[in-house]
Design a protein around this ligand. Sequence first.
Ligand code: PGA
Length: 239
Amino acid sequence: MENKPLVVGNWKATKTIEETIDWVKKAKRGLEEAKKADIVLCAPFTSLPFLVSLFQDTNVKVGAQDVSKFKKGAYTGEVTVEMLDGLVSHCIVGHSERRKYFGETDDNVIEKVKLLLEFKITPILCVSDLNQLNSYIDRGKEIIENYDKIVFVYEPPNAISGGDAYRPDNPEDASKNAGLIGEKLGKKVVMLYGGSINSENVVSFFSKPNIDGGLVGQASTYPDEFVRIFDSIKLIGPK
Ligand code: PGA
């Protein structure tokens, strides 16, 4: 691997403030010692200020899991890009769970990407397949123009863990599909794979071409397991 792999934890809708502090207590040292990867932890909005403060001056960056498509105004319940500005470095956009449960559309996703880019927060843009990428590209030239300011994630929805069960994609298929998405973008982009990554299978994905890291859901919620992912990464040779 030329660059360090990027590992993005996605806690989804888990962790109270108390659980957040406890997680950091358990994982902090291991993450600080993880020199072979870049780390971003995407957490619920309520946990963000705590994570930012607890990981201040460390190698661990903090990200949000979503952002409003509106910049400001009478939109009860929304968390806007202005509120995230100065707090987080990254933000997940277009996760398939946002589409499935909250009716997020490709148009919404593009609005959010534009706002994040304007505020210099790196969008972590989830792409389920090539059709979805085409739809994003049709809706906004920003995706192509800012290819080097976006982290792309190839995440087939049926590979996302369910309950306690991991059901990862086949690493060969993941590499092939991630490669097709990268080719369509026509540039050397940062392309992660997402779906049931854990400490046992991470090497099989990260050692493949076209995969520059991963979006890790369930396994990131367990501090010991998340740290073990970085122990596994140490075993990856050059590709
Ligand atoms: P998972 O989730 O690792 O639990 O499959 C990945 C994701 O949805 O971001």
